[in-house]
Design a protein around this ligand. Structure first.
Ligand SMILES: [Zn+2]
Length: 264
């Protein structure tokens, strides 16, 4: 028997899958906040989101962030960004259209921009003249400028429909742990369920964690368990439908009090 929530997840997945057709578009949501929202980490590291996008008819808080640190500009999965900054580093977790936007990539790149990306987006970008470092889970890079990154596993354990997984392990999608200077460590989980590989993740200043559920990523219960296990200083929930504000409040109540929950 197919449960309604599974069907909703599958329909959303189909929407995402067929974004590259012109039938469905990702646009700026009219529920987007008037000005960008920030998390300040240590006086020199600022993490910014522009807020909601529209995926078909659904207002959605994406996994798209800009990090400014030590004079460098870093983007992760930029989608419908505002602003005029060009990327020094552009990280891509996988090639689904709510994470991979050619429009934003063109807007944000300069000749020196370095791409760090999983196999899926790496393939999509290979025909362009970009500086690309393709990574798989477990890879570690020292990018200089006081920036190190580790690609970590991101995949589904649950199918979105029948046996079909939205993010199979075999695709080698990734999340990233960025170390900025010596102190700040940012974990962007990508699109993932709660997986055993996460138990090794420690010393995180900020965790960017998907909570939307629908068998596309962790739901709030799994996300809270994961956050309580890795114990970041701050967590920002991402990858959820904006109308599910009650879920965010439940997420906050499930996360241990020592972790600061920032809802952007
Ligand atoms: Zn995805």
């Amino acid at each position: 028997m197919i449960r309604e929530e599974n069907l909703i997840g599958f329909l959303f997945f189909l929407t995402i899958l067929f974004q590259s057709c012109t039938m469905v578009k990702i646009t700026v949501s009219d529920q987007r906040s008037q000005s960008p929202r920030h998390v300040l980490l240590d006086g020199d590291t600022v993490v910014t989101t522009w807020g909601a996008i529209k995926v078909n008819q659904s207002d959605f808080f994406p996994s798209s962030f800009r990090i400014k640190s030590n004079g460098k500009v870093i983007f992760i999965d930029p989608v419908e960004t505002n602003g005029t900054d060009k990327a020094d580093y552009l990280f891509l977790t996988h090639a689904h259209p709510d994470h991979f936007s050619m429009k934003d990539i063109r807007k944000l790149t300069k000749p020196e921009t370095i791409f760090i990306c999983a196999r899926g987006p790496g393939r999509r970008l290979s025909k362009y003249d970009y500086h690309i470092k393709q990574v798989k889970p477990g890879d570690k890079l020292d990018l200089g400028d006081g920036l190190k990154c580790e690609a970590v596993a991101a995949y589904n354990t649950k199918p979105v429909f029948l046996w079909i997984k939205a993010h199979p392990k075999s695709q080698q999608n990734v999340g990233y742990i960025l170390t900025l200077g010596n102190r700040v460590r940012i974990y962007h989980a990508g699109d993932t369920d709660y997986i055993p590989e996460m138990s090794n993740i420690r010393d995180i200043s900020l965790a960017l964690v998907p909570v939307g559920g629908d068998n596309l990523t962790m739901n709030i219960e799994d996300a809270a368990k994961m956050v309580n296990e890795i114990g970041p200083e701050v967590v920002v929930p991402m990858h959820y439908e904006v109308k599910k504000q009650e879920d965010l409040m439940n997420f906050k109540s499930l996360v241990e009090k020592k972790v600061k929950v920032e809802i952007l």
